[in-house]
Design a protein around this ligand. Structure first.
Ligand SMILES: *Cc1c(COP(=O)(O)O)cnc(C)c1O
Length: 376
C-alpha cells in the first residue's frame, strides 16, 4: 500500500529493536539471551524482526505455534527455535523435518516425543516445561522433581528446562521468590540441562533469576519491563493517522455514535483515518460518563500536544479534540500520532483498559508499514 493512499502509517524501528535486545543481553550478561517472537513478533512482523535480532546476536527464539516457528526458521535457518505451545498430537514429524523444538509440557507430550524418537532411532532435542504457579502449561513441580530417573529423557535430548513467572512485573511480590525456589529445586534435580525462567520483567527482578537463558518478548518491542519506573527500553513502534477533516462545534453538541460525548464549550474536532478495524481498541472511546468517573480514555498527539478522543471509536475513524493546537497546525492531511511522541504502548494500553501487549499484537494489516533502522 502506498504511503499516500494509507489512512495510517506504522513505523517499526528495527535498529531500536536490536538495541533493546543488546540492552537486555547486557543486563543479563551472566546468561544467554533469547527472543520471544510469537504472534508475528508481537505484531511487528516475524520476517523483519527475526533477522534483525539474529544480526544483533540472538541465537534462540521462542514462538507459540509451529507455523510461526517455520516462518522464523525460513529467515534465520541457523537459529534454535522452540515452540512454546508444545507438541500437538501427531505433529512430531513436522518438528523433526523442520528442526523446530517442542516445549514439552505434559506426560502425554513427553511420551509421544520419546516414542517418536525411539521409532526413528534419533535423540531429538526438546525443552521441558515445568509449571511453578501459572497452572496453564507444564508438568507439575512434583512431576518435574521426578524427571531425573525418567527413561524418556534418554530417548530424546532434553536441551532446556523452563518455567514461566506469574507476576514478574511486581518485584516485591512473594510469588516470585516462591517460583524461583521451586524451579531451583527442579533444575538441580536435572543437572547439566540448561535452564530458563525469566521473561522481560523477570530479567529485572532483584533476585536476577537469569540462569542459563533469558526469554524477553515485550521489552524488545519497547514495553516497560518495570511498570512504575522509567522505561529502560527504546520505543520501537510509531503509529500515525491522517486527519481527514476538521470542524468547529458548539457547547452541548455531541460527537460520534450514540452521542455519548458532548462538548463542554466551543470545540474544534478532527477526524482521524484509523479505527477499531485497525486494531485500535474501541474501549479507548470517551463518553460523558467516563469523564465524570475519571476513567481513562484515548489520546493522540498533534503538533506536540496531547489531544483527547471525542466520542466513540468507530470502525474506520476516531474523532479527537484539537482545540488546544494552534489552528494553522491542524488541517486536512496532518498526521496525528497514536503511538509514539511520548505516548508509549504501555500508556496506550492503560488508556484503553488493556495492556501494551494487546495493543501490539492487534496492530492492523491496513497500515502502510515502514521498517526503518535508526542505528544505521
Ligand atoms: C510470552 C512468553 C515470554 C515472554 O514474555 P514477555 O513478558 O513478553 O517478556 C516468555 N516465556 C513464555 C513461556 C511466554 O509465554
Amino acid at each position: 500500500m502506498s504511503v499516500e493512499e494509507a489512512g495510517a502509517h506504522l513505523t517499526i524501528d528495527l535498529g531500536a529493536l536490536a538495541e533493546n535486545w543488546r540492552r537486555l543481553a547486557a543486563h543479563a550478561a551472566d546468561a544467554a539471551t533469547a527472543a520471544v517472537v510469537k504472534a508475528d513478533a508481537y505484531g511487528l512482523g516475524i520476517e523483519r524482526a527475526v533477522p534483525a535480532l539474529a544480526e544483533a546476536g540472538c541465537e534462540t527464539f521462542f514462538v507459540a505455534q509451529i507455523s510461526e516457528g517455520l516462518r522464523a526458521l525460513a529467515v534465520a535457518p541457523r537459529a534454535t527455535v522452540y515452540v512454546l505451545n508444545g507438541l500437538l498430537p501427531g505433529t512430531a514429524s513436522r518438528f523433526a523435518i523442520s528442526g523446530l523444538r517442542p516445549v514439552l509440557g505434559s506426560q502425554e507430550e513427553m511420551t509421544e516425543w520419546a516414542a517418536f524418537c525411539t521409532a526413528r532411532g534419533v535423540r531429538l532435542p526438546a525443552a521441558l516445561h515445568v509449571d511453578t504457579g501459572m497452572n496453564r502449561l507444564g508438568l507439575s513441580i512434583s512431576e518435574g522433581l521426578s524427571l531425573a530417573e525418567d527413561p524418556r529423557l534418554v530417548a530424546f535430548m532434553p536441551s532446556l528446562v523452563m518455567s514461566h513467572l506469574v507476576r514478574a512485573e511486581e518485584p516485591d511480590h512473594p510469588k516470585n521468590a516462591e517460583q524461583i525456589a521451586a524451579f531451583e529445586a527442579v533444575r538441580s534435580a536435572l543437572p547439566g540441562i540448561p535452564a530458563s525462567l525469566a521473561n522481560s520483567s523477570g530479567i529485572f527482578l532483584p533476585q536476577r533469576p537469569h540462569l542459563s537463558l533469558v526469554r524477553p518478548g515485550y521489552a524488545l518491542y519497547g514495553g516497560n519491563p518495570m511498570p512504575g519506573l522509567p522505561n529502560p527500553m527504546r520505543e520501537v513502534v510509531r503509529l500515525q493517522a491522517r486527519i481527514l477533516q476538521t470542524r468547529w462545534i458548539e457547547r452541548g453538541d455531541a460527537a460520534g455514535y450514540n452521542g455519548r460525548w458532548t462538548a463542554r464549550g466551543r470545540r474544534r474536532l478532527a477526524t482521524l483515518s484509523v479505527g477499531y478495524a485497525d486494531g485500535y481498541p474501541r474501549n479507548g472511546s470517551v463518553s460523558d460518563e467516563k469523564i465524570a468517573a475519571s476513567a481513562p480514555f484515548g489520546e493522540a498527539v498533534v503538533a506536540g500536544r496531547r489531544c483527547p478522543f471525542a466520542g466513540t471509536v468507530s470502525m474506520d475513524l476516531i474523532i479527537i479534540d484539537v482545540t488546544d493546537v494552534p489552528p494553522d497546525q491542524v488541517r486536512r492531511g496532518t498526521m496525528a500520532t497514536l503511538i509514539g511522541d511520548g505516548l508509549g504502548i504501555d500508556e496506550v494500553g492503560f488508556r484503553a483498559g488493556t495492556i501494551g501487549y494487546e495493543i501490539l499484537t492487534r496492530l492492523g494489516q491496513r497500515y502502510a508499514r515502514n521498517y526503518i533502522d535508526t542505528s544505521r
